[in-house]
Design a protein around this ligand. Structure first.
Ligand code: PMV
Length: 327
């Protein structure tokens, strides 16, 4: 087969990946944990074609930006190397959520591309090897290969740095209510951001304590203990953003609406609702809650003036091959 169509979910990090020990191999400074976001997906079609002189990329129906094409070609070179192929590819990729606004579009994009490209070139990779491959495109993409609640073991080398599922999507009725406060492209992408992490004097402390937070978060998921989850998820988010704002040059991803939502979430939790927040490399706020409370939380979030759009995502499944069709 020289063509394939795949779909992969975005994911939200509950314990964050920020900073690499090796930027080229994307070996993370610390292990991380995430939940796949059901319904927030990238669909990617690829065709390797003898008549093409260069790779081509269509992103959300338009020619992909030069930088995105360059990055994709570099990634495809890796897959071509594994398959012993010289064929160039035509790639078309669509997100059903805003690109580059802190909803980890690179994660779903590279998970979908890793599965599509390796399948089309006839490689039959295990989930572990697919996760390792996706990691080379975007670190967090390795977590969008397995389904449900996923842990990325940072590992020591390329061979042992991959993600695996710790619980399937239907294990826990956790819901992510995503408050989009700004849907534009972010100023500093996460690849550039990772290389700034080491300039913060707080990064070593954040990394040193990460194994403890991963254990707490994994326990909270396994025990379905929302209070425990809320505490460690907010702490971990704040530690990453503390590193960001103390980097040189500094990185501030928050908008005024971001802080407004953080304060609101605190007051809703104090009033008894199971809610907590987390924020990736963008201004949008991911508000985690339980299925029973999702409608109430969604309504509260929609009433915050800074909120432009709301997405509601249950735990999502693994990256998969799909038949033809559209969102
Ligand atoms: O995979 P990248 O390079 O886009 O980095 C993702 C970084 C965060 O979203 C901020 C945290 C994470 O673990 O997903």
């Amino acid at each position: 087969m020289t063509t394939a169509t795949t779909q992969a979910c975005a994911n939200i990090a509950l314990i964050k990946y920020w900073g690499n020990r090796d930027d080229t191999l994307r070996l993370a400074a610390n292990s991380s944990l995430s939940m796949n976001l059901g319904g927030l997906e990238t669909r990617t079609s690829i065709a390797f074609d003898l008549s093409l002189a260069a790779d081509e990329l269509t992103l959300n129906g338009r020619p992909g930006p030069v930088e995105a094409l360059r990055r994709m070609s570099g990634f495809l070179d890796l897959v071509r190397g594994m398959a012993g192929s010289q064929l160039r590819a035509r790639v078309s990729s669509e997100n059903n959520f805003p690109t580059g606004a802190g909803i980890a579009s690179s994660a779903s994009a590279y998970a979908a591309l890793a599965l599509a490209a390796s399948t089309a070139l006839g490689l039959d990779l295990s989930e572990r090897d697919l996760s390792r491959l996706a990691r080379r495109g975007s670190g967090s993409a390795c977590r969008s290969i397995p389904g449900g609640f996923v842990e990325w073991q940072a590992g020591e080398t390329d061979a042992d740095s991959y993600a695996f599922s710790i619980a399937p999507p239907d294990y826990w009725d956790l819901v992510d209510v995503i408050a989009v406060v700004e849907a534009g492209e972010k100023a500093t992408g996460s690849s550039a951001g990772h290389s700034l992490a080491a300039t913060s004097i707080l990064q070593p402390a954040r990394v040193a304590d990460a194994p403890r937070r991963v254990v707490l978060c994994r326990q909270a998921i396994v025990e379905k203990d929302f209070e425990k989850l809320a505490e460690v998820v907010e702490l971990d988010c704040n530690l990453m953003h503390a590193v960001m704002i103390t980097s040189t040059p500094l990185l501030i991803y928050w908008e005024p609406g971001t802080l407004e939502l953080i304060c609101q979430v605190q007051s809703w939790r104090a009033a008894g609702l199971p809610v907590c927040y987390t924020i990736d490399a963008g201004p949008n706020v991911h508000i985690l809650t339980l299925g029973d409370s999702a409608a109430v939380v969604e309504e509260l979030v929609r009433n915050v003036p800074a909120v432009r759009t709301v997405y509601v995502a249950p735990p999502g499944g693994p990256a998969r091959l799909v038949n033809d069709g559209h969102f």
